[in-house]
Design a binder for this molecule. Structure first.
Ligand code: SF4
Length: 96
């Protein structure tokens, strides 16, 4: 199992870089408890790291909040969901 500390140590980017990617300079309050605090964006946005990202998300106490907030995100792993999984979920819940 990959630990959050290991991912933080391996990360290439700081939180500020992720803020630039997400275009969210202000984080929601729930993010203070996120398992990915301090883990670089490369873990969540490079397909080769998706399994490590999912592993971290599955242990995250705020995954539900994250899933709701990330519903329309196009790129990256959020709440253990790949872009494809999010797209499928959006289609499934879209009005006909
Ligand atoms: S569920 Fe969201 S907030 Fe939690 S570790 Fe995954 S990406 Fe970060």
């Amino acid at each position: 199992m990959i630990s959050a500390d290991h991912l933080r140590a391996e990360s290439l980017y700081e939180d500020s870089a992720r803020d630039a990617v997400f275009h969210t300079p202000e984080r929601p309050a729930w993010h203070a408890m996120a398992a990915c605090r301090g883990v670089g964006a490369n873990v969540f946005f490079e397909a080769s790291n998706y399994s490590a990202a999912r592993e971290l998300c599955k242990r995250c106490p705020v995954a539900r909040d994250c899933q709701t907030a990330a519903r329309s995100e196009i790129f990256g792993v959020w709440a253990a969901e790949s872009p494809r999984q999010r797209r499928s979920r959006r289609r499934a819940s879209a009005p006909l």
